[in-house]
Design a binder for this molecule. Structure first.
Ligand SMILES: [Zn+2]
Length: 396
């Protein structure tokens, strides 16, 4: 009996590959990661082109990744998610390890819930959903227009409609708020995501952000933010984690928001680079500068709109432009989603389109209020999904 059992065990081990889930630790570099898994550093780093090498720097602590090994504990495949759209795929082919950047396949769902306010909106949403991210996007978007301190009443209503990504059945990446409503002293306040990707209140006034949209006055955007883009010539997946502003050499660059300079020096392909740390874990980066403004150095506090340097083409750059990045807790985010120039009021055709969009949203909000739509809780991670990815349900 025991012999049979051992034999069975042996067979299962022999024919099963194993998926292990790891967490990218704080301060871990890609090279340390390769060493840890005994992977060839030359093939998987030194032989890569500059763009791919740069991608490897995008791994953030806390990110979960999967390693598929065969029965001899030899690594077959690794997936390293860089952001919510692009991942590094390391795999073995003809006993040689290969590196490629590939898109992450995810499904998107529109979800909603209604809640009765218990205390602060933050606490109410946490209690209802258990999701810190949902509480975050709600308070961040209302922060500049409402003061939650005094006018919150127990029993008032709150509704959120948002977009959530799923990957292999798991909630994945930051949700995007589409519309939110909060009642304060019997008055309902709304925020809507318009077709132009900006937030407006019920009167069609843009809700002001804390950063300037354009760190270079009057400059033209020559390249937009993208977490993944297929390069038609190189036939490769890449990411552009910032916005490029084409401008004349020497054009002043201003700080997009107030904060402390944490870096002002040369840095590899960034060329002359300034990094500014702002409130709430935000950081902006200004690359390829011709030169820094006099007195701009590490440790200095700068105000929103203050000149910090001049447009140039230092580092890896094909012509004079500013490469501008916005990061939150290290992770690159699209500046156009957070940032504004001046508060905009919708007019004419734009306003008409907004009213239509608003009408649809308002109807959904009324429905969710009437039904007191409850938040749908999600199941936990199932590691087997990664092996039998086809048979794994994706909640979709
Ligand atoms: Zn750029």
């Amino acid at each position: 009996m025991i012999r049979l059992f051992i034999l069975l065990l042996f067979i299962t081990t022999l024919y099963s590959s194993e998926v292990e889930r790891f967490r990218w630790t704080n301060g871990e570099t890609y090279l340390v990661f390769l060493e840890k898994h005994k992977l060839p550093i030359r093939a998987l780093y030194y032989n890569l082109d500059k763009d791919d090498q740069r991608l490897t720097e995008e791994m953030r602590s806390g990110t979960h990744y999967q390693v598929l090994s065969d029965s001899n504990k030899t690594i077959e495949q690794i997936l390293l998610p860089l952001n919510d759209e692009l991942q590094i795929h390391i795999y073995k082919k003809d006993s040689v390890y290969k590196f490629e950047a590939i898109p992450i396949i995810s499904t998107t769902k529109i979800e909603a819930f209604a809640a009765k306010i218990v205390s602060s909106p933050n606490y109410t949403i946490m209690k209802k959903t258990g999701s810190k991210k949902l509480a975050q996007i709600f308070t961040a978007n209302f922060r500049n227009s409402l003061n939650f301190k005094n006018d919150i009443r127990k029993g008032d209503d709150l509704v959120m409609i948002y977009e959530q990504k799923y990957r292999l059945g798991e909630v994945f990446s930051m949700p995007i708020l589409h519309v939110a409503m909060i009642e304060m002293r019997h008055k309902k306040h709304y925020i809507y995501l318009n077709d132009d990707d900006r937030y407006y209140d019920e009167k069609g006034h843009e809700v002001e952000g804390f950063l300037l949209a354009r760190p270079v006055r009057g400059a033209r955007i020559s390249s937009y933010f993208t977490k993944r883009r297929y390069h038609p010539v190189l036939h490769k997946w890449k990411a552009h984690l910032g916005i490029d502003y084409a401008a004349r050499r020497g054009t002043p660059i201003v700080a997009a928001g107030s904060g402390r300079i944490i870096y002002a020096a040369r840095m590899g392909s960034y060329g002359n680079l300034v990094k500014i740390r702002h409130a709430d874990g935000y950081e902006t980066r200004y690359a390829h500068m011709k030169s820094f403004r006099r007195g701009i150095r590490k440790g200095k506090y700068v105000k929103k709109g203050q000149t910090i340097g001049y447009v140039g083409t230092t580092g890896r750059s094909t012509g004079p432009h500013l490469h501008f990045e916005l990061r939150k807790r290290g992770r690159a985010i699209n500046p156009l989603r957070v940032v504004q120039v001046t508060t905009k009021k919708l007019k004419g055709k734009e306003y008409k389109a907004f009213v239509k969009l608003k009408k649809n949203y308002d109807e959904s909000i009324s429905l969710h209020l009437e039904n007191q739509t409850s938040y749908k809780r999600h199941s936990k991670f199932r590691p087997m999904c990664y092996v039998h990815s086809l048979s794994c349900k994706t909640d979709g």
